[in-house]
Write a protein that binds this ligand. Structure first.
Ligand SMILES: *Cc1c(COP(=O)(O)O)cnc(C)c1O
Length: 391
């Protein structure tokens, strides 16, 4: 199995078959697991066996999902959580304590920003935000008590790209943990651990599910680090439901095919829209006009499924555009088979101040398109007609 290609591993890694010899792995919908006798129970609690005890700790469906994600990300170990945010939160709490400092980047997901700025300070954990567009300023922001660097690349929704090879070296030089949220790229397009990321976090809700059905998250990395995450989660309880784990693990079988089509459709859409007279700042990692195009090209296999743009005229024009869409869905999710349009300023990033939003490149009229798997002709036609009507 270990010399199989990633596309094959995504399909062929499977939890051991039961005596029924099922082809597709069954759903282990059980809260707890049985022991043969008192000695087996004692030994399992003492971690002398790796048998399951209780689904808050581990479950075969979650283990299968973790095993696949580790194979794809190139990490030793992992732990599955109930959502992307519980994965991000656990990846902070497992390693940061009162007095520590976190270096992050202003372009992070809205809820991650809230955790960093509102909740971490309650436990005496401070932070600095670096500017994704000014890598030369990052090193000076590392303090004596900096324990972790946390970034998203590409970022949500700004699509900023951070040079992972450079950041991996910087983190190593200062003995700081590098934690990368790989939600937008997925391991099908980018593997942060290859560039020195110690921890890779995921919202599996997005492209890993890929069909907008269930929530889930993952924390992946070196064995000794994931042990800390596991112990924290085992006691605090953000366990992934076996059902969601089962759905997510099945979804990974089609991850590569989906990411390739998402990326093809998104590149076509971005190329078509980039000179549209009613739009400005059309952004996509693999458009030549993207300021970090060279870095994206270096570290990503393809550009991913997200395109952003501003409808000229700002907020009002942007809202009219959304109202004029006939096929694309207005919904909060992304990474779905269906093309989704959102307005970050009034939704995912509404809790930020106007000033904070503009610092992360979220202008009032910014539209985020999660390009789905429909025929690109239909996606483009819907966006074209909505632009036509909105002005
Ligand atoms: C959605 C998202 C999250 C949070 O994931 P949930 O599964 O919704 O909790 C974290 N990071 C990024 C980049 C996201 O897009």
């Amino acid at each position: 199995m270990s010399d199989h290609k990633p596309e094959t591993k995504a399909i062929r890694i499977q939890h051991e078959r039961s005596q029924e010899r099922e082809h597709s792995v069954p759903l282990y919908l059980t809260s707890s697991f049985m022991f043969d006798d008192a000695e087996h129970m004692r030994a399992t609690f003492a971690e002398e066996t790796d048998d399951n005890i209780y689904s808050r700790f581990s479950n075969p469906n979650a283990q299968e999902l973790v095993e696949k994600m580790c194979a794809l990300e190139g990490t030793e170990a992992g732990h599955a959580t109930a959502s992307g945010m519980s994965a991000v939160f656990a990846s902070f709490l497992a390693f940061l304590k009162s007095g520590d400092h976190l270096l992050s980047c202003s372009s992070v997901f809205g809820s991650t920003h809230t955790v960093i700025t509102k909740y971490l300070p309650r436990w005496g954990i401070t932070h600095s935000y670096a500017d994704a567009n000014k890598p030369e300023t990052w090193e000076a922001l590392i303090q004596k008590n900096t324990k972790m660097i946390f970034v998203e690349t590409p970022s949500n929704p700004g699509l900023d790209i951070i040079d992972l090879e450079w950041l991996g070296r910087l983190a190593k030089k200062h003995s700081v943990l590098l934690n990368v949220d790989n939600c937008f790229a997925t391991p099908a397009l980018q593997q942060p651990a290859k560039f020195g990321a110690d921890i890779v976090t995921h919202s599996a809700t997005k492209f890993i599910d890929g069909q907008g059905r269930v929530l889930g998250g993952l924390v992946l990395g070196k064995k000794e680090l994931i042990r800390e995450v596991y112990l924290l989660c085992r006691s605090t309880g953000p366990a992934l439901s076996p059902f969601n784990a089962w759905v997510l693990s099945k979804s990974i079988e089609t991850l590569f095919v989906r990411m390739e089509r998402h990326s093809e459709n998104a590149l076509k859409l971005a190329s078509m829209l980039q000179h549209h007279p009613k739009l400005q700042n059309v952004r996509y990692p693999l458009l030549l006009s993207h300021p970090q195009f060279d870095i994206a090209k270096k570290q990503m296999r393809m550009g991913g499924g997200i395109v952003t743009f501003e409808v000229k005229g700002g907020l009002e024009q942007g809202r009219r555009f959304l109202d004029a869409l006939q096929m694309c869905s207005l919904t909060a999710n992304l990474g779905d088979t269906r093309t989704i349009a959102t307005h970050p300023a009034s939704t995912t990033h509404a809790k930020l101040s106007e000033q904070e939003r503009s610092a992360v490149g979220i202008t009032p009229g910014l539209i985020r398109i999660s390009v789905g798997l429909e025929n690109i002709i239909d996606i483009a036609a819907d966006i074209e007609q909505a632009l036509e009507k909105s002005t």
